[in-house]
Design a binder for this molecule. Structure first.
Ligand code: URA
Ligand code: SF4
Length: 192
């Protein structure tokens, strides 16, 4: 049974299904176009996101915005969410039981948005969505088709800030995403 947006957002806002609820200022459900063709999935809120209740608004969010622009889109055209909706203490990775507790919200979002493409930002998002623990350096840059949705694992923007040398590969991934977007939209040409 799937929720609709208002009840989903309401449920996330008051959720106490895992210990991460204890440290949050605001839950960060996600934001963007509720009918987006493309979704971006991160790990979990950081300090800025927790303060504002919005995903990817800090330094890595600014880089993500630039990457979204690079594929010819605006932030408002895509949907952005995280594995866990509440900030882990000291920005540690979400624990498996926390991700498990929160995953139903993300599944709801997948169903409601019904995207054609999902970009998984980093190893944590890839591990919990695809169940694949392959290092992101090997997983990235390869399409995975699952239940009719194209998944592209790539580096997390904070990894690109730490190691700018990875930006070249990330750019390759985003070029593939741009091409896939044109493909699933029928290249802008009239179909049938
Ligand atoms: N990092 C994430 O994984 N998600 C955010 O929303 C912000 C930073
Ligand atoms: Fe609930 Fe997810 Fe927040 Fe845990 S992280 S309290 S499961 S909304």
């Amino acid at each position: 049974m799937w929720a609709f947006w208002p009840e989903l957002l309401d449920e996330i806002g008051k959720c106490e299904k895992c210990r991460l609820c204890q440290g949050r200022t605001n839950a960060v459900p996600g934001e963007g176009n509720p009918n987006a063709d493309i979704m971006f999935i991160g790990e979990g809120p950081g300090r800025d996101e927790d303060m504002q209740g919005r995903p990817f608004v800090g330094a890595s969010g600014q880089l993500l915005d630039r990457m979204i622009h690079a594929i010819g889109m605006e932030r408002t055209e895509v949907y952005i969410a995280n594995i866990v909706k509440c900030r882990p203490p000291m920005n540690r990775n979400p624990e498996p039981d926390e991700a498990q507790a929160c995953m139903n919200y993300l599944r709801n979002q997948f169903v409601l948005v019904s995207p054609k493409i999902i970009v998984l930002l980093g190893r944590v998002a890839s591990k919990f969505v695809l169940g694949d623990e392959t290092p992101i350096s090997r997983l990235r840059g390869n399409w995975i088709l699952k239940k009719g949705i194209w998944f592209m694992p790539t580096y997390h923007p904070s990894a690109l800030l730490r190691e700018p040398s990875k930006k070249r590969e990330a750019w390759e991934d985003f070029k593939m995403v741009k091409a896939k977007l044109l493909e699933v939209r029928g290249n802008g040409e009239i179909q049938n």
